[in-house]
Design a protein around this ligand. Structure first.
Ligand SMILES: NC(=O)c1ccc[n+]([C@@H]2O[C@H](COP(=O)([O-])OP(=O)(O)OC[C@H]3O[C@@H](n4cnc5c(N)ncnc54)[C@H](OP(=O)(O)O)[C@@H]3O)[C@@H](O)[C@H]2O)c1
Length: 331
């Protein structure tokens, strides 16, 4: 089975399913470092060579460094490791920016970072523009290949474009349930040669056979931060009955294609405008869905499939109205 790939930017081709590393940061079960690194080697061997991580995801950057050291030398060039820089809102200087990037490079064992996705908690603090200019300088000096964003809204992306900062991607929540990117963000990205990297696409695992036909779980029944995060999103979107209708529709589509519910949920978002890749969280050394997720690349949805999904979504609440544009849930 071959994994679809996408040229995110010059010299950076990624897998269209990326391995998400938030799950090693705590709140998703105890991670054993040795087991996790062994598991990373298996992902790589299976063709899942692209990792999404952040400076704030616990040991994730160190895991990338250790994983690279364990790979055969000729394979290290075939790894794509997309990190994030998530500074506290403060006055950002060139020194702060450079020190953060150098720290990530050291941890990840990489002279040039493939992509730094910048997150900013507070738009009222204007130093994010300075931070992005310093990141662009570091890119021009060869310390970073490309600059991206995470959780930025369309209005700020426009401002960032207008000050001349070149952005290749924005990482945002996007799923059949949370379709806010379709209001403005996707079109902006298409018009400005930027791509979307999505998370929450299978709702922490809620969008799978495991929750089909199950009574509504209480928050205390959900054992990862991710499940609890996206259960709140489903509550805002509609209710458990509507979600069950969605799951059984996805199951019927999945059966037609010899695939799983998670596969259909992933394929649906991969085929949306401006989407470069879907990030699927990996609980390294605890669970493994590699074989199932590889099936995403074996089928395509037809218009009956997408029509029946869209019919159910037309009965849901409008998350753009209740939450706002992409990333507003963090602010
Ligand atoms: N930029 C941001 O603010 C931000 C925020 C959140 C996440 N992210 C990124 O996105 C990544 C994904 O995280 P997420 O929270 O959105 O989680 P997610 O990808 O929606 O869910 C991951 C969970 O789904 C389950 N799963 C995976 N494949 C499956 C399959 N084929 N069938 C059934 N279940 C399957 C697994 O649960 P089990 O392990 O229980 O089996 C896995 O732990 C993170 O690691 C991170 O890199 C970024």
């Amino acid at each position: 089975m071959s994994i679809e790939r996408f040229e995110l930017a010059a010299g950076l081709t990624i897998c269209r399913i990326l391995n998400g590393m938030w799950q090693v940061a705590g709140g998703h079960g105890r991670i054993n470092a040795n087991l996790a690194i062994q598991e990373m080697l298996k992902y790589h061997d299976a063709g899942f060579t692209t990792w999404d991580l952040a400076d704030i995801y616990g040991p994730a950057e160190d895991f990338i460094g250790e994983f690279r050291r364990k790979l055969p030398a000729q394979q290290t060039q075939n790894v794509q490791a997309l990190t994030k820089w998530v500074p506290d809102p403060q006055k950002i200087t060139r020194q702060i920016t450079q020190a953060s990037i150098e720290r990530s490079s050291r941890r990840m064992g990489s002279g040039t970072l493939d992509l730094v996705q910048f997150h900013w908690w507070d738009y009222n603090n204007p130093y994010y523009i300075d931070a992005l200019k310093y990141l662009s300088d570091l890119r021009d000096e060869g310390k970073i290949k490309h600059v991206g964003l995470t959780n930025f809204d369309t209005e700020r992306m426009l401002m960032i474009r207008d000050v001349g900062v070149r952005i290749v991607s924005n990482q945002i929540q996007y799923s059949i349930v949370d379709r806010r990117p379709e209001v403005k963000m996707a079109q902006f990205c298409k018009d400005n040669n930027a791509s979307l990297l999505t998370y929450g696409t299978i709702c922490g695992g809620l969008m799978s056979e495991r929750y089909l036909g199950r009574p509504e779980p209480a928050s205390s029944d959900l054992d990862t931060l991710s499940l609890r995060k996206y259960k709140r999103m489903i509550d805002a979107w509609g209710d458990w009955n509507l979600f069950q209708t969605l799951l059984s529709t996805l199951r019927n589509i999945a059966q037609k294609h010899g695939a799983s519910i998670a596969n259909v949920a992933t394929r649906y978002i991969l085929d949306r405008p401006a989407v470069a890749g879907v990030i699927i969280g990996a609980r390294l050394g605890i669970t493994d869905h590699r074989d199932d997720n590889a099936r995403v690349f074996t089928f395509r949805l037809d218009s009956d499939d997408t029509g029946s999904i869209d019919d159910i979504c037309s009965k849901s609440n409008n998350l753009y109205e209740s939450i706002g544009d992409c990333g507003d849930e963090y602010r």
